[in-house]
Design a protein around this ligand. Sequence first.
Ligand SMILES: [Fe+2]
Length: 242
Amino acid sequence: MLRVLLVAAMSNHQIRAILEGSPSLGALESLRIKQLEEQSSALRNSVICAFNQLLDLKDLNTGLHSTRLAEWGMRVGQELGLEEAELQNLEVAALLHDIGKMGIPDAILRKPERLDPEEYALMKKHSEFGWAVLRMLPGFERAALHILHHHESFDGKGYPAGLKDTEIPVVSRIVCVIDAFDAMVSSRPYRKGLPYEEAVRRLTEASGTQFDPVVVRTFLSFAQAEMSTVFAAAGTSVSSAL
Ligand SMILES: [Fe+2]
């Protein structure tokens, strides 16, 4: 039973690798592998959906924000030529990047005023909390690592590890840029989203310091043209989110 669960939790990529390394397989074995691939995908999707529902329970906007991030992220990842397995990790990291906020008190998460240093220090723990939870799940270890580093800064001034440049996993660099952009253009109950042009100006200004310039350039090459598509895919419209 445990073996079945472990295999079911493997990514299709991992199952394929085992299949390719095996001696000739009969039709039955091939069928079994196909079933395991389907189980793996279903389990993976169920876990993502369950965690996403938790995010929605905590704060509805966060769930929609995550869905848009996955749309933007996959597009940037494809443009940058990431491999299929890494794209799958990117989707998970984009959807669940802030899952660690489940461990942050609401009084801090929803505080309209500026956080004091102590509160801010606790808020910054959310990337470590997310990593600590997701790394426990077989098949989600790399996505957990990407979540751990989604607030690193390209110049090394981010957190939690102060990694810089290409020390930061590329998936984390992508999530960092699109997370900032989506947060800027989306409205919150306490503030209206920034106009697209202002968000682009801020991304460009922080390109090379906070953000990876290649990721920013790639994202901005299609961002405006795809705003409507991404917001529609996330079940919102640009006008309602702005
Ligand atoms: Fe975050």
